[in-house]
Design a protein around this ligand. Structure first.
Ligand code: NAP
Length: 322
């Protein structure tokens, strides 16, 4: 029997066509996540779901989806899914790592350059007609090249950021749970978080969000950074205590921040919106047509592999079979 597959929100590329080759697909073509009760209704008859990071797949929902066998998340992070609850119900969970590393690293550098060279602010200044003359003191920013970049989490994206940092002649220090030889071959040096915060001109976050990384960057850690330093977050919002960050920016504890991800997206902490020297983006780290199409295809391929009787290539919970 052909599996019933639900795609919860619009996705680019050929992923839906690929899924239609192997199953009966319900494709919801309206953007935006459904309220829990409606998502539960949509998924009730499903054998598989291709979902986005805004779809909350928690224990309560999984209790209403008795047929569900695989949750294929179109994201590298999967903190929107209760993986333990899925495993307990023998449901496979997959993600889409790797294909988005380069585009997310590009966006990380866009944030670094954007906030330190005051790009948004400068363009707004020009467009508002305020530019009257060239001035030697106009919109002075902060040097990016040759600075010390602290990478918190040297995984796929952290390593792609470290590669770009070489071209900017930067010193790179990093923290991770283990030594990363590929990053060290790029000249990156593993240090503890205290040292990284104290020495870095730019602190860039690339850890997954989980209980261990919740508010990893809090008021105390922000105070350990240099007052001239910048914080960049393209990981997940709740890795940072947003209220503490807003206060640190208002009080000049750090010099600025470039943020792509927020604690309660799309709601932004009002104090962060009014903070000086910030560049805030609507979670577009992987948002290129090529990358998002590749992510969608990877999520679909995990579902295809599952129903062909194979182990999904990007399985995150091998314990689901136990
Ligand atoms: P990854 O390859 O799994 O790398 C994660 C890194 O974090 C690893 O180096 C890991 O260390 C380290 N780590 C994990 N827990 C840690 C902890 N408690 N303290 C210090 N380091 C820790 O993941 P990735 O593909 O680079 O993606 C990273 C995250 O970026 C994703 O989880 C996702 O949330 C986010 N992301 C955001 C966007 C966006 O649009 N803004 C796009 C893609 C991904 P070890 O290797 O030593 O275990």
């Amino acid at each position: 029997m052909r599996p019933k597959i639900v795609v919860t929100q619009p996705i680019p590329g050929d992923a839906v066509a690929r899924l239609r080759q192997i199953g009966d697909v319900t494709y919801r073509t309206t953007d935006g996540p459904l309220p829990a009760a409606e998502l539960s209704q949509l998924l009730a008859p499903a054998d598989a779901v291709l979902c986005l990071l805004t779809d909350r797949i928690d224990e309560v929902l999984l209790a209403t989806t008795p047929r569900l066998k695989i949750v294929a998340n179109m994201a590298a992070g999967y903190n929107n899914i209760d993986v333990a609850a899925a495993s307990a119900r023998k449901i496979a969970v997959t993600n889409t790592p790797g294909v988005l590393s380069e585009s997310t690293a590009d966006l990380t550098f866009a944030l670094i350059l954007g906030v330190m060279r005051r790009i948004s602010e400068s363009e707004a200044f020009l467009r508002s007609g305020q530019w009257a003359y060239w001035s030697a003191t106009l919109l002075l920013g902060s040097e990016v090249h040759s600075r010390t970049l602290g990478i918190v989490g040297m995984g796929r994206i952290g390593t792609a950021v470290a590669r770009r940092a070489r071209a900017f002649n930067m010193r790179v220090v990093y923290t991770a749970r283990s030594v990363h030889a590929d990053a060290e071959s790029l000249g990156a040096e593993r240090v503890d978080l205290d040292t990284l915060l104290a020495q870095s001109d730019i602190v860039s976050l690339h850890v997954p969000y989980n209980a261990a990384t919740h508010h990893l960057i809090n008021a105390q850690r922000l105070a350990q950074m240099q007052p001239s330093a910048f914080l960049i977050n393209t990981a997940r919002g709740s890795v940072v205590d947003e209220a503490a960050l807003a206060e640190a920016l208002h009080r000049g504890i750090i010099a600025g921040a470039g943020i792509d991800v927020f604690e309660a997206e799309p709601t932004i902490h009002p104090q962060l919106l009014s903070a000086p020297n910030t560049l805030l983006l609507p979670h577009i780290g992987s948002a290129t047509l090529q990358t998002r199409s590749a992510m969608a295809r990877m999520a679909a391929d995990n579902i295809v592999a599952f129903f062909a009787g194979n182990r999904p290539p990007q399985l995150v919970n091998p314990e689901y079979l136990a």
